[in-house]
Design a protein around this ligand. Structure first.
Ligand SMILES: [Zn+2]
Length: 256
């Protein structure tokens, strides 16, 4: 009897795990496919940042661009994935002196990420633009900084590139289980981690370009409608190529 109860408990735990995984996947689908307001209305708990932080919308849109690239397999060095998961902070981006017309003009000022993946330059630059735009709001303002009881006028330092990405994940090493595990701060990051573990599910529909999470590995289209559309198009193509030739041959036979 005890064994039976244990099995019921295990099954229940499995069911709950699948349920939370599925809601993670749904939330991510909404995030990458819809505009930010629609997404936030539907899944406020999955916002990458609290809406109250400075430049929250710009940051979230930036994250969405990065997730789309990860989803599409356009993150060869895993940099975007690391940033989204909070496993990578990039203080090097602070150095904007090397930026000319959206490009880093010399190798020395190129952030490590850009050296690893040149396609990341564009994303590093768009991040930089968000920061520059925000800093404009603080131009000419003086900030009083209190340190050890003394007051002094200081740099607002509103934006620290190092803390601009989604919250940092906590790595935990466990001697007993010989494992290293990650603790994420947000649902958004937990959801990305779930999808990463089954990354084969992340697909883009070739018909409507929607980003979707596939139920089975053979599923190539986001919906039955897109599958039917593809099938109809395929038979139309077939008819155009082969069908016409056959008809011509048939007509020739009849006439002959
Ligand atoms: Zn589709």
């Amino acid at each position: 009897m005890a064994e039976r109860q244990a099995t019921v408990r295990v099954n229940e735990a499995k069911r709950q795990a699948i349920e939370s995984r599925d809601s993670h996947f749904l939330a991510l689908e909404w995030f990458v496919n819809h505009d930010l307001s629609t997404f936030l209305k539907q899944y406020p708990d999955y916002a990458p940042f609290p809406e109250t932080v400075l430049a929250a919308r710009e940051r979230m849109n930036w994250c969405r661009e990065q997730l789309r690239k990860v989803w599409a397999g356009l993150d060869p060095a895993g940099i975007r994935l690391m940033i989204l998961l909070g496993l990578k902070k990039s203080p090097d981006w602070k150095d904007r002196k090397g930026l000319i017309g959206g490009e880093f003009h010399s190798a020395e000022v190129k952030p490590e990420e850009v050296l690893l993946d040149p396609t990341f330059a564009v994303d590093a630059c768009s991040w930089t633009e968000i920061v520059i735009e925000q800093e404009k709001n603080f131009e000419g303002q003086q900030f009083i900084i209190q340190e050890n009881g003394e007051e002094e006028v200081g740099d607002p330092g509103v934006f620290d590139f190092g803390s601009f990405g989604p919250p940092e994940a906590k790595l935990m090493a466990d001697w007993q289980t010989s494992g290293i595990r990650c603790e994420f701060k947000t649902n958004f990051q937990n959801a990305i981690y779930s999808l990463m573990q089954e990354s084969w599910r992340a697909k883009i529909c070739p018909i409507c370009r929607k980003y979707f999470v596939a139920g089975k590995s053979a599923q190539a289209y986001c919906s039955h409608e897109c599958y039917v559309e593809r099938k109809n198009k395929a038979s139309l193509d077939y008819f155009r190529k082969k069908g016409r030739a056959k008809r011509v041959a048939r007509t020739k036979r009849k006439m002959g």
